[in-house]
Design a protein around this ligand. Structure first.
Ligand SMILES: Nc1ncnc2c1ncn2[C@@H]1O[C@H](COP(=O)(O)OP(=O)(O)OP(=O)(O)O)[C@@H](O)[C@H]1O
Ligand SMILES: [Mg+2]
Length: 502
């Protein structure tokens, strides 16, 4: 038995009254890279627990005094999730069922097979660590999320706050973010939480409507107003009747539709195509693009006056690769959901598959992750998704230094060509401190990033990048960074200054 002090290997309690077997199993545990804590009885095990919580317990079933089953019960009363593996010569089904019912993680028949013991131990510890991590993430997410949304990263929590804040008002909101980041989900959430939540929500993808039909789609038309207009048609502004109109890919509106949209935003009345009658309309406008709307203004493709009417409040959706911890939460959510709804069984994600998902850069963001998880949940052979169930592009992704997988967050895409209107205000998705955390190019090896470049970095380069990475994960919270990196705050401040990060 090795002392716990100054030894950061995970501890494993080996509880057996047979000293020979205890020492043998202890040596296997040590050889597997863990610290064995040998205890000769159930009573000794319970006495040791308040002093140290091990990563797992290997427990003999038949011992004089307090037997294995009673010890297991006592362990469970204080440590609900601690993996306990019971060793027993009794393979009788009732005994095994009873042990499982009492909460044993697994049981191993005696004589104990070394490989089987180590494999079971490693699996139990891994599963336990993962469950603990998930519980922490879920605890963090609880109460802060918005129905329909999964994600607890600092950027998403800020988004939930902004959605709540903006939903209460009736102002136009412009939602910006890469494809698949959840723009429509945000639009629906704003609608649901607003005073218009009981009225219709209409989403119109402007890019999907031919330019010559856009005006008719939005404002409606009278019969015979153009070739093919066989019937009168009521447009979206009338259909929405007090609800919310979400114009997706708004930059794709034709010049004609843009000028009519400006008019309806100013006057709250429309004219159907082919009619001069003014019809009052009641709506809230939400708009989105994945492109740079201010660039469209600069290029003369989008009206500047309309830009100001639309971008009264801006919500920026961060790409998935910048949402620390969210890939795991989203992936588990999508896998469980697809397992239940599409495959009709319970499907889980192995730690290897999760590691592959976390390495990948997700250019298609949440939608791509959702598709990958659904496909894997439906096609996987067992009830656990393994890397082979994932697409090749995901499996072959190598862990990239952050600055490759996620380019420095761009300056807010919507930069008004002139100072924004007095009523306007904008929201940045990420804390400003993260905005300019680019790696120092001088610290990159001259060979470039290929060929194991990360390993070829200088020591100070690696240290700087570890700090940059930790700051990103912690959303710029320096107290958390110093805790995570195990350095004092003064040291952290000194290093931030030294590396020009602050
Ligand atoms: N935070 C989230 N939690 C759970 N599901 C999400 C989240 N974000 C997005 N999704 C899901 O991902 C899919 C894509 O989201 P959505 O359609 O809102 O993206 P988008 O930004 O509008 O994409 P595009 O630019 O392609 O129109 C949807 O099925 C949505 O429900
Ligand atoms: Mg969309």
């Amino acid at each position: 038995m090795s002392p716990a002090r100054d030894d950061d290997r995970p501890g494993v309690f080996v509880v057996d009254d047979d000293s020979h077997l205890r020492t043998l199993i202890g040596s296997w545990v040590e050889a597997a890279g863990f610290r064995s804590v040998e205890l000769d009885s159930g009573e000794a095990c319970l006495a040791a627990l308040p002093v140290e919580t091990p990563a797992a317990v290997l427990l003999d079933l038949s011992m004089p005094g307090m037997g294995g089953a009673a010890t297991l019960d006592r362990i469970r009363s204080h440590h609900r999730h601690l993996p306990v593996i019971v060793l027993t010569a009794n393979k009788d089904v009732d005994t095994v069922v009873d042990l499982m019912r009492r909460g044993a993680y697994d049981f191993l028949p005696k004589p104990v097979d070394r490989t089987k013991l180590v494999t079971t131990l490693v699996n139990a510890m891994e599963r336990h660590a993962m469950a603990m991590r998930l519980a922490t993430l879920e605890r963090e997410a609880a109460g802060r999320s918005i129905p329909g949304f999964v994600g607890a990263s600092p950027a998403m929590r800020e988004l939930y706050r902004q959605i709540d804040r903006v939903a209460a008002s009736d102002i136009s909101v412009y939602i910006h973010g890469e494809s698949g980041t959840g723009k429509e989900l945000v639009a629906r959430a704003i609608h649901d939480r607003s005073g218009r939540g009981k009225s219709p929500f209409i989403a119109l993808n402007c890019a999907a409507i031919p330019e010559n039909l856009q005006e008719s789609e939005l404002f409606g038309h009278e019969r015979g107003s153009f070739t093919g207009a066989a019937q009168r048609r009521v447009g979206c502004f009338e259909q929405v009747a007090g609800g919310t109109l979400f114009l997706d890919e708004v930059a794709e509106l034709s010049p004609g539709a843009q000028s009519k949209l400006l008019r309806v935003l100013q006057q709250r009345t429309i004219q159907r195509v082919g009619s001069s009658q003014e019809i009052e309309v009641d709506f809230r406008l939400l708009a989105a693009t994945h492109q740079d709307l201010s660039a469209a203004v600069r290029d003369g493709r989008f009206r500047e006056d309309l830009f100001y009417r639309i971008v009264v409040f801006e919500l920026e959706l961060p790409p998935l690769r910048e949402r620390a911890g969210d890939v795991e939460l989203l992936a588990r959510h999508f896998v469980a959901q697809a397992g239940k709804e599409l495959a009709g069984r319970e499907v889980t994600l192995s730690s290897e598959a999760l590691a592959a998902l976390e390495r990948y850069g997700w250019p298609g963001n949440v939608r791509e992750l959702q598709n990958v998880c659904q496909r894997a949940a439906v096609t996987c052979e067992g009830d656990s998704i393994v890397p082979a169930d994932l697409p090749q592009r995901v499996c072959s992704a190598v862990a990239q230094p952050r600055w490759v997988a996620s380019p420095e967050p761009a300056a807010p895409q919507v930069q008004p060509p002139a100072p924004i209107a007095a009523e306007g205000f904008r929201v940045e998705g990420l804390a400003p401190v993260i905005g300019h955390l680019a790696p120092d190019p001088d610290l990159l090896p001259s060979v470039g990033l290929e060929g194991g470049a990360a390993a070829a970095l200088t020591l100070s380069g690696m240290e700087r990048n570890a700090i940059v990475d930790a700051l990103r994960r912690a959303g710029g919270n320096r107290a958390r960074v110093s805790r995570e990196l195990g350095i004092g705050r003064t040291t952290l401040y000194r290093k931030l200054k030294e590396y020009g990060i602050a």
